[in-house]
Structure formats: structure tokens, C-alpha cells
Design a protein around this ligand. Structure first.
Ligand code: AMP
Length: 585
């Protein structure tokens, strides 16, 4: 076993350079495994966060939040120049890391210990209130001055929120398994702990300190989000019962709002979004409803925030609720667009995890502890074993302005599977197009240059599905239609934060589909299409022998799905299922 010493930030940056130079997923895992094996218990969590471009778990408020302008100002200060040359170099190089290396000429006093860099960054993140921009700038400039050139590159990228190493959480879990359990086949044990804690640094620390038993002891904890259970889809509504496989199922109303996991700890309530960020400040009304209406002291609920118009008794569109996504004028907008909470699951109550209880048990307890009213209530539903009953309920939902239904297993083993997309939950939305019963959520990984009327923006974007087994983004279509003029003109700005100058390691693209511009898999877009067909071009579910993948025909832009992360996009397996059902193969 490697001897553990204090890891220098320079060791990390040397590894990052090698990660960026490889396009092999296996090599990436091995490089990361070596890096992790050398870390001490105090450092290993930090190493994980930094690899993912962060300084703490995604849900915590240890968010660097420095932004381009302060990063540029810090580089200028460290380089002893005005902001103007920094801005000019940023325009030319398109990357603050390269700008810092080019402009800061002072000799380094580093290499810096990882823990010191992290401490510095946490302090920067914590600075708030008047004068905090200045504090952040000065502290970052001090770190940059002390750092070696490669350290400057990655410090600047980290600060600007542009690490772009192309390492996903699953690859990092593979690397942890390889480093400490001998093989990445052991990933599932780590994945489970990650799914219930949403903190990869914690999983790494427990693994290093206490081995697998330590990881298995990680428990559901209040104010730490659980990764949400996800839904599957089918091609025909008549397949739902058979797919779920329990004699009766619950058919719940599907709300088109924002998924919110609510943690109640006495009077202290924390709300997490689907991407597990803390959105407590955005929904003071939901905080009040949860505090007031849950009869037990501690609880974790899963549910949806919706904008419901009590005067007319109708649901307002998703876009209306999105006005609540703001940091300023919160209470004013909360008065204009009050949020209603529809709870559809109970994950924890009175000090106990409910994840390993069946859905009927969880729901029964939810109904006992939630004293519902017009502002907060359990999701509307029926329980049935009758296919016609499902269709009738679905139609009544559509009539009432809902998006569709979510059908849920009532079997004994219908546990809450954190982070998983399995056949226990199946959604059915309005029939948009023959062949596909639902839109797809795809990840933008490339774009073609716009010509003619589209000069200055992109002509089309290259969209990919997520292959969970292989942790790859596989292409499904190039999409150039459905955009309004405003959406089109805005494309370069919207995607700028994910621009990279070569093919990301996790993007699987055939040479003939190679785009003019590449993007790190980050932005998710909802796409409407006609049908899934086989394709020699696209790599979704690529069959190397027959040299064919699956593609979406006639894709049209619907909307951006900023609340979804790339790993929550439609999976390659879901697309394969749609294809098989459509063509009966
Ligand atoms: P989609 O975003 O289209 O993939 O659909 C899944 C989402 O539907 C979930 O993440 C929830 O935010 C939302 N949803 C609305 N109503 C329900 C419900 N009754 N059960 C589960 N998810 C629901």
C-alpha cells in the first residue's frame, strides 16, 4: 500500500494534467485511484470535492461563488496589472487558468499543501456582506501568488467554477473502489452510501478510515439530502401494470413543478432541490407549511412544489413557479406566486429511516403525520389493479391541468431506492408524438457553427443520453429546430460555461458526427422527437459489431432543464427500451 503523506496541491494538479490528456475511462479511473490511495483521512474528502470542481459536498453552502469578475480581479492583483490585460487575455484564451499562468510571473513559494489551499478557499467562500468581494479577491490573489504555475491554472479554474476535468461521480466511486476495495466491481456498496448521503467526501473518508463497514454505517441524516428516486417510462400505458409487477399499484398525480425534499428537525426546516442544492431561502411558504403541518418532531418528505391558483382551483404552469427561483425580492414574489407542497413520499420520521419500508407503509405513515390543508397535502392518488382504472385516472389528471401520472409499486419490496431509476416508479405523460410517449432529457455535448441566418450563434446542438453502466454520454441526435429566435441568439451565452477545446473524456461521439465546438456534459435540454431508429452515426447503445447505435428522429427543442444534472438525463437503457417496444424487437 502507498505510504500516506500530506498531499501537495501540486500532486493533484499533476494528476489533473494527466486526466485531461487521456480519453480512456479506465486510465482516468486508475489515475484517480492512485491519487486517492495516497491521501490522508483529512485530505481524501477534499481531493474528491476538488476533482469534481467543488470544495464541499454539492448540497452544502460551501460554494465558492466567486464568478468571473472577481477571479479576473484576483489574477490582475497577483499579476500586478490592471484588469484590462486580464480581460483581453481571457477573451483570447477563453480560460482563466491559462490567463493566470500567462500573466502571473512572480516566483512561487509553493507547492502548497492541499489542506491549506482548501482552508483558503473555504474562507473565501465564507466571506459575505459588505466588502466581501474585496476580501475574496485579496485572498484568492494571495493564494495565486504563492502557487506554482500549474497550481495557478487549477486554482483559477476552481474559483471561476470551470474545472471541466470530465470526471463524474460514478468514475470517482469506481476509483475509490479500485483504490481501497481492489476492484471497481465493488462500486455498488459505495454507491449506496453516496445515494443516501450525497457526500462523496464522507464516503471516501469512511472508506479510508474504517473500510467497508464504515461506509455501510453511513446513515440517513437530517439536513443532508438523499438522492431522489427516479422514474422509468414505457411506450404504452397498457404496459404499466405488467412492468411494475405488483397486483395493485398506486397511481399518483404527476405535478409539473419543482421537486423538493423537505427535512424537518423540530422547527428547523431545510429544503433541497432535485439537484440537492439548498433552496430553503427560496420557499419560506413551504418552510412554514412543513413546520406547521407535520405532527412528528423529525421527518424527511419527498414531494413537489407547485404553483396552484386557489382562486380558480387550477395549476399554474411550470414557468410561473420558476419565478420563485431567485435570491432577491423572495417574499414579494412568494405573495404573487404562492407555492403549494404535494408530498409523495416519507423517507424518515421520528429518528428512523423509512427507506427500507415498503411504499404502502411509507404512504400510510405519511398520511398519519401530515395534517393536510390547501397548502400542503399528500399527492392525490388511487390504488388499483385495473388497466382501465389507470387510464381513467390519467385522463382526469390531464383534465385538471396536471402533467400526467406516476405509477408506483405496492409490493413488499417497494423500498425507496435513492438515486435509482427502476421499474417501481413509472411515469406517463401526455402523448406528444407517436412512438415516444414522453420527451427525452438530453445533454448537450457539442454544437455546429451557425451559418447564414444563424451566423454568430450555433446551427445545431449535439445531444446525448447518459449511459449509466459505462458512465458515458452517447449521442442521440443533432438538434437545430424548435428554438425561438431569442433561444437561438442566447445559445452561445447559455453554453459558454461548459465550452472545452476538445472532446470530453466521457463523450462518445462517432467521427462523422464530431461537432465544431465541444461542451463538457453539463446542460440538460428537453427534446421532443418522432421516434427512435437505428443509426450508423449516433452512439447511444452502440453495438460495435454491427456498428450501429440509436438515434432520435426529428428532434425539436422544448425547454432547458436546469434543475437536472447530466447524470439525470434520459439513459441509454431507457432509449433502448423505447426502441424495443416501438419496433417489437
Ligand atoms: P420527469 O422530470 O419528467 O423525469 O419526471 C419525474 C419527476 O416528476 C420527479 O422528479 C418529480 O419531480 C416529479 N413528480 C411529480 N409528481 C410526482 C409524483 N407523484 N411522484 C413522483 N414524482 C413526481
Amino acid at each position: 500500500m502507498n505510504k500516506r503523506l500530506t498531499v501537495k496541491f501540486a500532486t493533484l494538479t499533476a494528476c489533473f494534467e494527466r486526466l485531461e490528456a487521456t480519453s480512456s475511462q479506465n486510465e482516468m479511473t486508475t489515475l484517480l485511484a492512485r491519487l486517492l490511495a495516497a491521501a490522508t483521512p483529512d485530505e481524501i474528502g477534499i481531493v474528491c470535492y476538488v476533482v469534481l470542481g467543488a470544495i464541499g459536498p454539492g448540497y452544502s453552502d460551501v460554494n465558492l461563488g466567486i464568478g468571473d469578475r472577481t477571479t479576473a480581479a484576483a489574477i490582475a492583483l497577483a499579476a500586478g496589472t490592471d484588469p484590462a490585460p486580464v480581460e483581453a487575455a481571457a477573451r483570447e484564451l477563453g480560460d482563466y487558468g491559462d490567463v493566470a499562468v500567462r500573466l502571473i510571473a512572480t516566483p512561487a513559494t509553493g507547492p502548497l499543501p492541499v489542506a491549506d489551499v482548501h482552508r483558503g478557499l473555504v474562507e473565501i467562500a465564507g466571506a459575505s456582506g459588505p466588502g466581501s468581494v474585496e476580501v475574496k479577491k485579496n485572498a484568492l490573489a494571495a493564494l495565486l501568488t504563492a502557487a506554482t504555475p500549474p497550481e495557478r491554472r487549477y486554482l483559477s479554474r476552481l474559483a471561476a467554477g470551470e474545472m471541466r476535468l470530465g470526471v463524474g461521480e460514478m468514475t470517482l466511486l469506481d476509483a475509490l473502489a479500485e483504490a481501497f476495495l481492489g476492484s471497481k466491481a465493488e462500486r455498488p456498496a459505495l454507491e449506496h452510501a453516496y445515494n443516501i448521503s450525497s457526500d462523496i467526501g464522507l464516503v471516501a473518508r469512511m472508506l479510508l478510515e474504517e473500510g467497508l463497514p464504515g461506509v455501510q454505517a453511513i446513515a440517513v441524516t437530517l439536513h443532508r439530502p438523499i438522492r431522489p428516486m427516479l422514474t422509468q417510462r414505457v411506450a404504452r400505458i397498457s404496459e404499466i401494470l405488467e412492468r411494475i409487477g405488483s397486483p395493485v399499484i398506486a397511481v399518483e398525480e404527476k405535478y409539473d413543478g419543482e421537486r423538493i425534499q423537505a427535512h424537518k428537525d423540530g422547527d428547523d426546516v431545510t429544503l433541497f432541490s432535485r439537484r440537492l442544492t439548498d433552496v430553503t431561502g427560496q420557499y419560506p411558504d413551504i418552510v412554514r407549511h412543513v413546520r406547521r403541518s407535520i405532527s412528528v418532531d423529525t421527518a424527511i418528505l419527498d414531494g413537489e412544489a407547485v404553483a396552484f391558483d386557489h382562486a380558480t382551483g387550477t395549476y399554474r404552469p411550470f414557468q410561473t413557479l420558476m419565478r420563485r427561483r431567485r435570491k432577491h425580492r423572495v417574499s414579494e414574489v412568494a405573495d404573487e406566486v404562492p407555492a403549494t407542497y404535494r408530498a409523495f413520499d416519507l423517507l424518515y420520521a421520528d429518528g428512523e429511516s423509512y427507506l427500507c419500508r415498503s411504499y404502502p407503509d411509507r404512504r400510510a405513515r405519511l398520511e398519519e403525520i401530515l395534517v393536510g390543508d390547501e397548502h400542503i397535502s399528500p399527492a392525490g392518488r388511487i390504488v388499483t389493479g385495473d388497466a382501465d382504472g389507470i387510464t381513467a385516472f390519467y385522463l382526469s389528471c390531464i383534465e385538471r391541468g396536471l402533467e400526467g401520472i406516476v405509477c408506483k409499486s405496492c409490493a413488499e419490496d417497494s423500498f425507496y431506492r435513492a438515486g435509482a431509476r427502476e421499474w417501481q416508479w413509472i411515469k406517463w405523460k401526455s402523448d406528444y408524438a407517436p412512438g415516444i410517449s414522453d420527451t427525452l432529457d438530453l445533454v448537450v455535448i457539442g454544437a455546429s457553427a451557425g451559418r447564414g441566418k444563424r451566423a454568430g450563434t450555433y446551427g445545431s446542438v449535439l445531444c446525448a443520453a447518459y449511459n449509466h453502466e459505462e458512465d458515458l454520454f452517447q449521442t442521440v441526435c443533432g438538434m437545430g429546430t424548435g428554438f425561438s429566435d431569442v433561444d437561438l441568439a442566447d445559445l452561445p451565452r447559455r453554453l459558454a460555461g461548459a465550452r472545452v477545446d476538445r472532446q470530453p473524456a466521457r463523450a462518445m461521439v462517432n467521427p462523422q458526427a464530431a461537432p465544431d465546438f465541444w461542451f463538457e456534459p453539463r446542460y440538460v435540454v428537453e427534446v421532443l422527437g418522432l421516434e427512435i431508429t437505428q443509426s450508423p452515426v449516433h452512439t447511444c447503445n452502440w453495438d460495435p459489431e454491427r456498428r450501429r447505435g440509436l438515434a432520435l428522429r426529428f428532434p425539436r427543442f422544448v425547454r432547458w432543464r436546469d434543475e437536472k444534472g447530466p447524470e439525470e438525463a434520459t439513459t441509454a437503457a431507457e432509449i433502448a427500451a423505447i426502441f424495443r417496444r416501438r419496433w417489437g424487437v
